[in-house]
Design a protein around this ligand. Structure first.
Ligand code: NAD
Length: 365
C-alpha cells in the first residue's frame, strides 16, 4: 500500500498519525511510506527519524500525491479534503457526529473514510481503539492540570515544619479516563474516591485503592458496556450524593459521558459554591457540553474561589506518547486492511464496516 502521513493543521494539534517506529514496521511489510515534511516535529519526531525508518519526505500537498491511504489525527479542512487523491482512503478522528459538509465532500471525490472513533469496542479491535488510548492520557493529564492549579500539594507530608494532610480527590465517571485519573491521583498521594453509574466499575475503583461513592438503586449500564441516561429520580439521588460528597473535596475530575448524547450534568453551580475556596474542578467532558454547570470549554472559570477548568484536547499536550499510542492504533488498523499486501476495504468486515463512514461515493449512516 502507498501510505501518506499528513501534517496536522488544526490549531493546537501537536500529534502525528504515525511515528517512526510505526513507519519502520510498515516498510518492513513492503508498504511504501511518504511523510509530509515536519509532520512529527511538534510531537518530538524529527524528519530524519522518519527517513531513517524508511519513509520518503515530501513538502505539502506533494506528500499526498499517488497515496492509496492518507492517515491523519484530526479531520482535514474542506480545502485539505479537496487535495486528497481521488479514490484514496482517509483514516482519521473524523468526528462523524459533528456533521458539516466534510463527509459529503469526501464522497463527491470518491474518497473512502474510516473514522478512528468508530473502532468497535471488542477484544479483537482493542489494539486499534484510539478513543481508549487517548482517553487514558487525558485522564492522567487532567490530574496533573488540576494539581498544578491547586494551592496545596497532594500527598501527606511529615516534616519538621509539621504534618500536611493529603488532598482529597474525587473522580466522577470511572471509565477509561476516570480509572487513569484515579491511578494518577493515588500515585501523587491523594486520598481518592470515585462514582460511576455502572455498578461493575465499583470493584475496579476499589482495586486502584480508591473508595466508591454509593448511591442506592442507581444502575445505568447500556449497550456495549457504556452508560445510558438516568431517569429523573435516579438523577436526583445521584445529584444528592454528589452534593453531599463534593463539599469536602480539594480536586474533582469529571469524565462522565454518554455516547451520542450531551454529557450528563453532575456538578451544579450551588455545589461548586459549597466547596472550599482554592478547590479545583477539571471537567474532561468540556468538549461535549461539560459535567459541570459552570464549565466553559477551553477556559478557567473562578466561582467563589473555586476554579473550574474545561481543558480541550489534553492528549495533544502529551504529543509524544499520544502519537505513539495513536500510531500503534493506526498501524494495527492498516495491517488489518492489507490482504496480501493490498488494500481491501470490506464493508462486511466487522471492524472495517463499523468504521467506514464514506464509501463508494456515499456517506454511510
Ligand atoms: P465514556 O467515555 O462513554 O464514559 C466515561 C464514564 O462516564 C463511563 O464509565 C460511564 O459509565 C460514566 N458515566 C456516564 N454517565 C454518568 C453519570 N451520570 N454519573 C457518573 N458517571 C457516568 O466511556 P469509556 O471510558 O470510553 O468506556 C466505558 C466502558 O467501555 C468501560 O467499561 C470500558 O472498560 C469499556 N471499554 C471496553 C473496550 C474493549 O472491550 N475493547 C474498550 C474501551 C472501553
Amino acid at each position: 500500500m502507498r501510505i501518506a502521513v499528513a501534517r496536522e493543521t488544526s490549531p493546537g494539534e501537536r500529534r502525528v498519525a504515525l511515528v517512526p517506529e510505526n513507519v519502520a514496521r510498515l516498510v518492513k511489510q513492503q508498504h511504501e511510506l511518504r511523510v509530509e515534511r515536519g509532520a512529527g516535529v511538534a510531537a518530538g519526531f524529527p524528519d530524519q527519524a522518519y527517513e531513517a525508518a524508511g519513509a520518503a519526505l515530501a513538502d505539502g500537498p506533494a506528500a499526498l500525491e499517488g497515496a492509496e491511504v492518507v492517515v491523519r489525527v484530526q479531520r482535514p479542512s474542506e480545502a485539505e479534503a479537496d487535495l486528497l487523491p481521488q479514490g484514496a482512503l482517509l483514516v482519521a478522528l473524523l468526528a462523524p457526529h459533528q456533521g458539516g459538509p466534510l463527509l459529503a465532500r469526501l464522497a463527491a471525490r470518491r474518497v473512502s473514510a474510516l473514522a478512528m472513533e468508530k473502532v468497535p469496542r471488542t477484544t479483537r479491535a482493542q489494539s486499534m481503539d484510539a478513543l481508549s488510548s487517548q482517553a487514558t492520557l487525558a485522564g492522567y493529564k487532567a490530574v496533573l492540570v488540576g494539581a498544578n492549579a491547586l494551592p496545596r500539594i497532594l500527598p501527606m507530608m511529615t516534616t519538621a515544619a509539621g504534618t500536611l494532610a493529603p488532598a482529597k480527590a474525587f473522580v466522577v465517571g470511572a471509565g477509561v479516563a476516570g480509572l487513569q485519573a484515579i491511578a494518577t491521583a493515588r500515585r501523587l498521594g491523594a486520598v481518592v474516591s470515585a462514582f460511576d453509574v455502572r455498578p461493575v466499575v465499583k470493584e475496579q475503583v476499589q482495586s486502584l485503592g480508591a473508595s466508591f461513592v454509593e448511591v442506592q438503586e442507581v444502575t445505568a449500564e447500556g449497550a456495549g458496556g457504556y452508560a445510558k441516561e438516568l431517569g429523573a429520580s435516579e438523577q436526583e439521588r445521584v445529584l444528592g450524593a454528589i452534593a453531599a460528597h463534593v463539599k469536602d473535596m480539594d480536586l474533582v475530575v469529571t469524565t462522565a459521558q454518554i455516547p451520542g448524547r450531551p454529557a450528563p450534568r453532575l456538578l451544579t453551580a450551588d455545589m461548586i459554591r459549597s466547596m472550599r475556596p482554592g478547590s479545583v474542578v477539571v471537567d474532561l467532558a468540556a468538549e461535549s457540553g461539560g459535567n459541570c454547570e459552570l464549565t466553559r470549554p477551553g477556559e478557567a472559570v473562578v466561582e467563589a474561589g473555586v476554579t473550574v477548568l474545561g481543558p480541550l484536547n489534553l492528549p495533544s499536550t502529551v504529543p509524544f506518547h499520544a502519537s505513539q499510542m495513536y500510531g500503534r492504533n493506526v498501524t494495527t488498523l492498516l495491517q488489518h486492511l492489507a490482504k496480501d499486501g493490498r488494500l481491501v476495504l470490506d464493508p462486511q468486515d466487522e471492524i472495517t464496516g463499523a468504521m467506514l463512514v464514506v464509501h463508494d461515493g456515499q456517506v454511510r449512516g
